[in-house]
Ligand binder design. Sequence first.
Ligand SMILES: *[C@@H]1O[C@H](CO)[C@@H](O)[C@H](O)[C@H]1NC(C)=O
Ligand SMILES: *[C@@H]1O[C@H](CO)[C@@H](O)[C@H](O)[C@H]1NC(C)=O
Length: 416
Amino acid sequence: MLILDILSPLLLLPLLLLGYGCRAADIPEDTTSEFSVRLYHQLQVAGGQDNIIFSPLSVAVALGMVELGARGASLAEIRQTLGFNHLLPGVEFSLLQNLTAAVSNDDAHCVIRFANSLFLQEGIAFNPEFLHLMRKYFRAQVETVDFSQSAAVAEQINSWVENQTESKIRELLSAEDFSSVTRLTLVNAIYFRGSWKNQFRPENTRTFSFSKDDGSEVQTLMMYQQGDFYYGEFSDGSQEAGGVYQVLEMPYEGEDMSMMIVLPRQEVPLASLEPIIKAPLLEEWANNVKRQKVEVYLPRFKVEQKIDLKSSLQGLGIKNIFTSDADLSAMTDGKDLYIEKAVQKAYLEVTEEGAEGAVGSGMIALTRTLVLYPQVMADHPFFFIIRNRRTASILFMGRVMTPEVIEPNDHDFDSI
Ligand SMILES: *[C@@H]1O[C@H](CO)[C@@H](O)[C@H](O)[C@H]1NC(C)=O
Ligand SMILES: *[C@@H]1O[C@H](CO)[C@@H](O)[C@H](O)[C@H]1NC(C)=O
């Protein structure tokens, strides 16, 4: 008798979305920063001169959801790559659960929301224990759909995503993403919105030239303020003048969340700083920035990216789940499931105030004659992370190679 394996593509969609600033509760320590940085390097190599934005924490949660259904080599590769090998088997689920609980927030100043959902093919028997653990650790909503009705399924999932991300992420999937052999789609969304602890005053925003690493210049809206932030100067280890770079950490309201900006000197392209970024260095920055008054020039920016996680994860050693050898037998009894797609879409918008209705704080007026404080002038490409300062979880990581570009006549300098 001949038995044919039926391919059952599974679509993994960490989906992510982000606005602005926040706070958290009590705290496990995130251990996935090594993974986050390695993933950044994968995207950097593939990314040319483009902006980058992704959510390491969201990818970790999505992989945790897959790991729950994985066995054998599929399981081992995920644990190894995410850095969970030092934990007893299964403890990572509780860790991810505690991290998402610690980071989640919902108040007037800050919203961080995780939303996980599983869309299952009608008529397929999934292991009840898998579904139970999925709800327990990831609070995953479970819905059954008929993937052969691909247009209807795409619409259903897209509206779920749109709803979870306050409409920042639309049209994530299309009918072509599904077929009659699709069995399962995992969607993981993060939504983040917050206000700066020290907001920028819109009346201090000016048109300004931003020098890209290819030597060209674009006009952007540059925000300005002088305020108390965490700041430090670091060296890449070389003796050259260009080897010194600045790190500025700007807290969001509540002080648990912050954005860290890493800026090389004007004449140094970001590409020469990127290779030295490693997990222990993130920690060194966090531990060594000091609270002090800083003059900050930061462009308004909006970054958005849809990432094919499949190739990046394969590059990091997670290969098995994408092949017909995948062992996802904890999900169903059959051995015919594998992951066909893994996509993450992220969005981040940085403006003067962030959340609507947030209070402004009094700022000192521009004094351009005397430079009394260190000056961070982000008028050229920079690296950033948005992290939780208590758990060290990295919600977002990326770089701005091109900020929000304005046409010269959009904003009359004199009228601002
Ligand atoms: C998660 O939190 C629970 C309840 O506080 C605790 O019992 C458990 O040990 C925590 N798990 C991890 C991995 O820290
Ligand atoms: C949208 O999300 C809200 C809260 O997250 C939920 O109460 C509501 O039922 C959702 N609506 C749809 C159409 O999914």
